[in-house]
Design a protein around this ligand. Sequence first.
Ligand SMILES: [Fe+2]
Length: 387
Amino acid sequence: MEAVGGGDAEGVGGGWERLMLWTHVSWLLHPNFASRYPSDSFVSGFVFIGAVALLSAESYIFVLSNAKLSDGSRRPSRCFPNPCVASLVKTFEGDQMQPSDYAHEDIGNLVLLEHINLTIPDQSLATAFYVSGLGLTRDPYLMTGPNNMWINIGRSQIHLPHGDAQRLRGHVALIVGKRESLVARLRAVRPVLDRTAFGWTERADRVEITCPWGNRYDCLDPNADQANAPWSRIDLGIAYVQLDVPLGCAGSIAAFYREVFNAFVEVRDHNGSQQTAIAVGTHQQLIYSETPAANLEYDGHHIQIYVANFSEPYARLAARGLVYDEEPHQYRFADVIDPVSGAHCFKLEHEVRSLRHPLYARPLVNRNPDQSNRNYRMGGDARRGVF
Ligand SMILES: [Fe+2]
């Protein structure tokens, strides 16, 4: 869900406006300006006032279009007060895409990685970690009691029902915002999370954070050089879920998601092993990374995905006897297999939902974690940016 407009259009618009602005400044300041209308003060004054008005309007547009909002995001291009400039930007944007580029617009059948489900034994500690520490938002509408908690992050969620702590066999990458604010929040909750597994390590492009029960969340630095990463255009959300799998599995897993889901899949080298990256929607990935010490013990945690074509993957999974828990608009499977040999590769429950599921695209509340009672700014409660 796009809360505000994209940055590319703005960059183009700012450049055009800057050019127009300085063209008129040069014209006004040119020494021949006064001599153009030496004998007609009325015409000279009229032209001068008109030029100043034009210059002021352009300055206004320029300042607006380049303004950064308080949370670091840019003002959306659709806020341009001048429709002529807006249409100019739109045309320029359109010119950059040729029909030969249209294939880049395609996505596979996987539309959204909506939630990760991990049981936890202590809702109070989870509140300190996910809400106060990571700066995320508890869903105010659903699962509001002490036995479950849904945590909003952009268009996605982390579901935390009460139970023994579950461990994801890998890590989750998040986009949560500015590193300085994040680290300040982590320092603030450290006393509360003392005597748990909580901790963090700052890396060049991310902060690796361990939750009170040992799950790792990598909060990717929004300023890191990730221009080609699919998540580079969002300000808040789950970027990817990465699972550690045994050596030799990446190719089979890639074939499984291609054949069962018609997903866009890439197998790539990573630290001497292979990684399978499965595209999910426009900005997420599900990654299976071959790891020598992969832990295959599975404790029942799950992920939930939305798919555009719901019935064909179901038929393929059912034909192999892999599907269970059929309900209206959703079914589940857990075994990821080699589609040719049938060999078992990995176990992870997938809650598969159609786009007709009532919860699909439900608007989620995302607060601005920098807002406090001490620095309160009217109108600043909601998180801004692209989700
Ligand atoms: Fe779920």
